[in-house]
Design a protein. Sequence first.
Length: 174
Amino acid sequence: MTRKTRLTRFALAAATFGLLTGCTSNDESLTYQTDYSNHRPLRVVGYPSTGSLETVQKAVWRLADGDVDALAALAVDDTHADATARNWVKAFGAAAKADVTADFYDEGSVRQVVVLYFAKSGQIKEIEARIGEDDSWGLTLAEPDPAEATAKPTWAPPTPGHSGSRTSGTPSGN
C-alpha cells in the first residue's frame, strides 16, 4: 500500500510539474501560432538566422497591427524606440497588411541587415536585426526623425531577390 501511495503522489507531482512548466512553452507557442494565422506570411529571400527571421517577422506583424508599443518592445536599445516605432507604423503600417518580402543580407549570427519590400505601396525599408545586451534578438530602432525613418536605402536593389553580402569579403587593410 505504501508503495502505491508513493507512486500516486509521485505521479501527481510529476503531472503538476509538467502542467506548470508546460504552460510557458505552450503560451509562447500559442501566441506565435495565433500571430502566424492572423497575418499574411512573410516572404523570405536570403539566409536568415532563426533569431533574425523571428524578429523581422514579428516586426512586420506589429507594423500590420499598428501596434507601436509592441514594435518598440522589439528594440535592443530604448533611446529612440518609441519615436521610431511611431514613424515606422505611420509610414509602413498599411502596406504591411499586404504582401511583404524580407531580403536578408550578410551572415546572421549576431546581426543582419534586412530590406523589406512592401508590395502594396512599392516602399522599401532597410532594418537591422541584432542580438542585444540581454542575448536576445531585437531591432535597431534609432530613427526618431520621420524623414530618416522613411528614407529608401540608396544601396538596395529595386526588387527583392538580390541577397548577398554588401561587403567585398576582403579583410580590411588588404
